[in-house]
Design a protein. Structure first.
Ligand code: KIV
Length: 255
């Protein structure tokens, strides 16, 4: 096993032992602060497109954006697993997926994440057999927001939950180390978690239905007040702190 595979394996082995902790990070100082808290995983998510780059959704994010931010996060991280997101249109076939994933690994990621199930299993297999650890992403898939006409809850029917499970089992079989479940209804998230040998990492799936939780850092610290998902729990109000600090600075200047 190479060092990245060893790191991903440590994460996989957390299933059934303790909850796995994960947050997004997009820059050096945030990564450094989060890494020092002992968080298990830092995702350089393509949510970067909205909460850092000011795009309406993740479909505008490019591989160059991801390489740039993955490198910054990697420079700030000593212990956490750094997970680089493959953006839309960068994993059309196994060989292109391997070439593009290697660029994220070269930028400092330990593993890569891609969206989708059955249709991605051959790419996941190609990556894992070439020594690149992969984390899957099922449920609501933000890169498909345009086709789907919005962000919708998944796993509402038994049929839909079974379909997600088929995809999850294919990813597991292909060697994925874990699977992010996004906006899957709590009962279905529990069913998926109980049916898999690899950890599920939930966002918007209700508390305690997955083996771990992931959150977008700007939701946790309250630094992106223009859109806060309904399931997010802000634990600070950084936006107000910034406004107050700058107001103090301006008051002193004009004084
Ligand atoms: O890009 C991202 O931040 C994500 C999380 C929502 C899991 O994929």
């Amino acid at each position: 096993m190479n060092p990245n595979q060893q790191k991903a394996e440590q994460l996989r082995l957390l299933k059934g032992k303790r909850p796995l902790s994960a947050l997004t990070a997009y820059d050096y100082p945030t990564a450094r602060l989060l890494d020092e808290t002992g968080i298990d995983l830092l995702l350089v998510g393509d949510s970067l497109g909205m909460v850092v780059l000011g795009y309406p959704d993740t479909t505008h994010v490019t591989l160059d954006h991801m390489i740039h931010h993955t490198a910054a996060v990697a420079r700030g991280t000593k212990n956490s697993l750094v997970l680089g997101d493959l953006p839309i249109n960068t994993y059309p076939d196994p060989d292109t997926t391997l070439t593009n994933s290697q660029k994220l690994i070269d930028a400092g990621a330990h593993a890569v994440k891609l969206e989708g199930g059955l249709n991605q299993a051959d790419k996941v297999q190609h990556l894992t057999s070439n020594g690149i650890p992969v984390i899957g992403h099922l449920g609501m898939l933000p890169q498909r927001v345009k086709e789907e006409g919005g962000y919708k809850k998944k796993g509402r029917t038994e049929e839909e939950a079974k379909q997600i499970l088929k995809g999850a089992l294919a990813l597991q079989e292909a060697g994925a180390s874990a699977i992010v479940l996004e906006s899957v209804i709590p009962k279905a998230a529990r069913y998926l978690t109980d049916s898999l040998n690899i950890p599920t990492i939930g966002i918007g799936c209700g508390k305690g239905n997955c083996d771990g939780e992931i959150a977008v850092i700007t939701d946790v610290i309250g630094s992106y007040p223009w859109f806060v998902p309904p399931f997010a729990i802000p634990r600070a109000d950084v936006a107000t702190q910034i406004t107050k600090a700058v107001q103090g600075y301006l008051d002193d200047l004009t004084g």
